[in-house]
Design a protein around this ligand. Structure first.
Ligand SMILES: Cc1cc2nc3c(=O)[nH]c(=O)nc-3n(C[C@H](O)[C@H](O)[C@H](O)COP(=O)(O)OP(=O)(O)OC[C@H]3O[C@@H](n4cnc5c(N)ncnc54)[C@H](O)[C@@H]3O)c2cc1C
Length: 373
């Protein structure tokens, strides 16, 4: 049976970022990923936005790791060689009534130490974005775009080059706490590790339930997107967001430019029973088009060439408002099990900062010596 010091369950952006961070140290690390490649879950199907931190309540883990993560991205992109562009974002309002929402976001952003926030008149927005008509908008210069899978693959590849073992098509099927380590059962045989990091996304509850009774539920929430033909790439320059939808703990349907030249419209927010149900629907397509047309009235339906969806891992139900903070903690009952759960948006942005935090937790159990020494 092969022994590791740290086993990470899940090769999404969270598992890959943790693997990358740990690869800087003399630690024997394995990542189990049940799919045929990393970035196969939520990490490949999202908006690809490096968020600024204006949307998360001050003092929350979401705010802390988003702002910290955001500040790490330029160095990460330079080091790992993935594409990153600080295109900025506008949060737009159609009427005077919603301006207080912009002021609220600006206040949260200021408290979270997000720099450069400014509320501008519709005419100033139109100068930069001729296809957008609005009353006022909040300008957020520290928001950027990446290709989420490119980022995750870059983290994983570099970690692998630095001796982290990635076992693909390897599903963790059982976990047993032994005296001072874990026995990990997979479809490819059994392994042992001192520390298990649960970064299994939507399956995080199943991983916990292999060793103890979980004290949380997962509420999958599907987000559908429409993809526009590259001929429409000049419709917007920056990202365009409405004021957030308070009821569901999501940001609302936004318009996001991509590196390939396609523009993304979405995502929707629909709580679903089956976390594997990634279908896209005519109903949501109509809704996405309707909401986008409120921002860009001239948008022709024929611009849409494709659709996809990603599933959020929410720890709060629709009925309770849909907002819950991340849980990044070692289990109180099972020493050595580190749960990184409920990592919905802004998880892509927060990933590098979360990885540093998890490394700190691991260092309480394992000697963390830089691998260059
Ligand atoms: C619609 C949508 C839009 C979003 N937009 C943004 C955005 O613009 N910016 C942003 O910062 N964040 C965004 N997010 C959030 C971000 O995508 C997630 O926070 C992040 O991808 C979560 O990464 P993860 O590694 O926890 O999960 P995942 O990417 O789902 O990875 C979990 C992995 O675990 C594997 N796994 C599960 N069970 C097992 C097992 N038993 N054995 C082995 N492997 C297993 C899965 O195959 C999967 O690959 C968005 C999310 C969604 C859904």
């Amino acid at each position: 049976m092969k022994n590791f010091q740290v086993a990470i369950v899940g090769g999404g952006v969270i598992g890959s970022a943790i693997a990358w961070e740990l690869s800087k140290y003399k630690i024997d690390v394995v990542v189990f990923e049940m799919s045929s490649d990393v970035a196969s879950g939520a990490s490949k199907a999202n908006s690809g936005v490096v968020h600024s931190g204006i949307n998360s309540a001050t003092g929350s883990l979401k705010a802390r790791f988003c702002v910290e993560g955001n500040s790490m991205f330029q160095t990460l992109a330079d080091t790992l060689g993935f594409q990153l562009k600080w295109v900025g974002k506008w949060v737009v309002t159609k009427n005077q009534q919603d301006v207080k929402e912009l002021e609220r976001l600006q206040k949260i952003g200021n408290a979270n130490k997000v720099l450069g926030l400014k509320i501008k008149d519709g005419s100033e927005v139109e100068e930069k974005e001729p296809n957008i008509s609005c009353y006022k908008a909040l300008w957020v210069p520290t928001a950027g775009i990446i290709l989420p899978y490119e980022f995750t693959i870059a983290l994983a590849e570099n970690a692998a080059e630095n001796n982290v073992k990635f076992l693909l098509e390897t599903q963790v099927t059982g976990l047993k706490k032994q005296r001072d380590n874990f026995k990990i059962q997979t479809n490819k045989g059994d392994f042992q590790a001192q520390i298990v990091v649960n970064a299994a996304g939507l399956n995080c509850r199943e991983i916990v339930s292999m060793v103890e009774e979980p004290d949380f539920q997962v509420y999958p929430c599907r987000g559908e997107y429409l993809v526009l033909d590259k001929n429409y790439s000049s419709l917007v320059n920056a990202m365009i967001y409405p004021v957030p939808v308070k009821e569901l703990g999501v940001l609302g349907v936004h318009i996001t430019p991509t590196f390939e030249g396609n523009i993304l419209l979405g995502p929707s927010a629909e709580f679903i029973d089956d976390p594997k149900d990634k279908r896209t629907t005519r109903e949501m397509m109509n809704m996405l088009l309707k909401e986008t047309k409120e921002l860009i009235p001239a948008l022709p339906e024929k611009a849409v060439i494709s659709a996809y969806s990603g599933i959020r891992c929410k720890l709060a139900s629709a009925e309770s408002g849909g907002w819950a903070d991340y849980r990044i903690e070692e289990s109180k009952n099972t020493s050595g099990l580190i749960n990184v759960v409920g990592i919905e948006s802004p998880g892509l942005t927060a990933a590098p900062a979360i990885a540093k935090e998890v490394t700190k937790m691991i260092s309480k159990h394992i000697d963390v010596t830089p691998s260059t020494q």
